[in-house]
Write a protein that binds this ligand. Structure first.
Ligand SMILES: [Fe+2]
Length: 479
């Protein structure tokens, strides 16, 4: 059917009514009125009536039309305003993201340096306590940007032996004998805060007090934690903020310092007591991974679970011992790139916006890039890069499919999915074990590698998952 434009329709209706009115009203008048003078007069009234009626109709039509226009205009203006506002928001978010990405990238590099340092400790078995503590202090100061200065000392025969200092004068400190009884007492476990240097200056003789003050920079506040072995305090790490600094220590700093103290305690336990080298390195790397998990509060324990389960799957598949160990380590560090994802996105409880999801999807690339920088860990960087690829090619970051995906990555993908499905997340409760097993069965050959999924399902049949946490003990000395 011919579609007419709105304005043509109106004009045609107007013409029809106009002509109809003129034609029929004249005919009716002629039927009843014979007198030509009276007819002329009525013709005039009829004309006036016509003009008035059409004017009224036009008035209402225009009024409605203009009102509609005004409303549309207002709506458009409101939409425009919203658009401008959301553009501004996106701009600020982008700027914030840029800034946090830059600072986190630095932080990530430092963590990798730390992991790589710990990983290489096995080869440096002759590293003595003092070398270890010096390295540790420099790493802490690098990772905790609020701290301007720091010092680390061992407590031996009731006396402090200063090992290393950043900012303060270590040579002068080494000359001063400070007894354990002059250290600040505290009742609570963990990190402590003070306006002093973790030393009670009033308890020192006046000569020592003078030397001590000379050796130290002026500070605003101090934060310190004990290094303990079997509940005995063997040393202390203390960090200071410069007197004129704007910064303060915060909750995040506390967690990081706690992890470093665990690291130091493990080292001493190893050096002085059990010497279980494999277990030692595992504990050290786990404690660093725990620092990473501070940033992603809902994935606590995830790295360790994935590492343990991946190792079991690799073992079940009959892979070489070397590959089994690589699988373990790749599982342990697979999500390290998440450190570059802003915390507000990582821990968001509402649905993610598309751009936020895109950022999260970059973490395998960031993980692998970080590891590729490390001489000791670069051989596992490709396993980490492909841990979100799918067997059918619909994964990320490259959309690799089937055997193009490294076998270790195929294994980690299964372990990662299992742990994600069976643990609670901020946005959902965990699936039951039965439902998660069904999910892996149903997606074997589409999402998951058939070989890795089959090996996982065999483990389930053998009920070996319960033992997963202790299984790494078999590898003592290797991991
Ligand atoms: Fe991941």
């Amino acid at each position: 059917m011919l579609k007419l434009k709105e304005e043509v329709k109106i004009v045609m209706i107007y013409l029809l009514i106009g002509f109809g009115w003129i034609y029929f009203s004249d005919k009716i008048l002629l039927l009843f009125i014979g007198d030509s003078v009276q007819l002329n007069q009525l013709q005039t009234y009829k004309g006036i009536f016509y003009v008035i009626v059409t004017a009224i109709i036009f008035y209402f039509l225009f009024k409605k039309y203009l009102n509609d226009l005004r409303k549309q205009h207002q709506k458009l203006e409101a939409k425009n305003k919203k658009l401008i506002e959301s553009n501004k928001k996106i701009d600020t978010i982008n700027q914030e993201l840029d800034a946090s990405l830059k600072s986190l990238e630095k932080l990530n590099k430092r963590f990798v340096k730390m992991i790589s340092f710990v990983y290489s400790l096995n080869e440096k078995s002759n590293l003595n306590e003092e070398e270890f503590l010096s390295d540790l202090l420099y790493n802490i100061i690098e990772i905790i940007p609020e701290a301007d200065y720091g010092k680390i000392y061992l407590i031996e025969n009731g006396q402090c032996n200063f090992i290393e200092a950043v900012g303060h004068d270590i040579d002068a400190l080494k000359q001063i004998n400070i007894f354990e009884k002059s250290l600040l007492d505290f009742d609570s476990e963990g990190v402590n805060f003070s306006k002093n240097y973790s030393v009670n200056i009033d308890d020192l003789t006046s000569a020592k007090k003078k030397d001590f003050k000379k050796a130290l920079k002026n500070i605003k506040e101090s934060m310190y934690i004990d290094i303990k072995v079997k509940n005995r305090v063997v040393g202390r790490i203390s960090l200071d903020i410069a007197e004129n600094s704007e910064q303060n220590f915060n909750q995040g700093t506390t967690h990081i310092l706690e992890s470093f103290s665990t690291l130091a305690s493990s080292f001493f336990a190893y050096k002085r007591f059990d010497r279980l080298q494999g277990k030692f390195t595992k504990e050290l790397i786990s404690s660093i991974i725990k620092i990473l998990e501070i940033y992603d509060e809902y994935t606590k324990g995830h790295s360790e679970n994935v590492a343990n389960l991946s190792m079991l799957i690799a073992e079940e598949m009959g892979l070489s011992e070397e590959t089994v160990l690589d699988t373990y380590w790749a599982g342990m560090v697979h999500d390290i790139g998440k450190l570059l994802v802003p915390v507000q996105i990582l821990n968001k409880t509402e649905r993610l916006e598309e751009f936020e999801y895109d950022i999260i999807k970059k973490h395998p690339v960031w993980s692998s890039r970080a590891l590729a920088d490390s001489e000791t860990l670069k051989h596992i960087s490709k396993y980490v890069l492909y841990h979100h690829e799918r067997w059918d090619g619909y994964g990320y970051p490259e959309g690799l499919a089937a055997e193009d995906i490294p076998l270790v990555s195929q294994i980690i993908a299964v372990a990662d999915a299992w742990d994600a499905m069976t643990s609670n997340r901020s946005y959902r409760d965990s699936l039951s074990k039965e439902a998660a097993i069904k999910e892996i069965k149903n997606n074997k050959g589409s999402q998951f590698s058939p070989r890795a999924a089959a090996a996982f399902l065999r483990l389930i049949d053998k009920k070996e998952l319960e033992a997963v946490k202790n299984k790494y003990e078999n590898y003592k000395g290797m991991i």
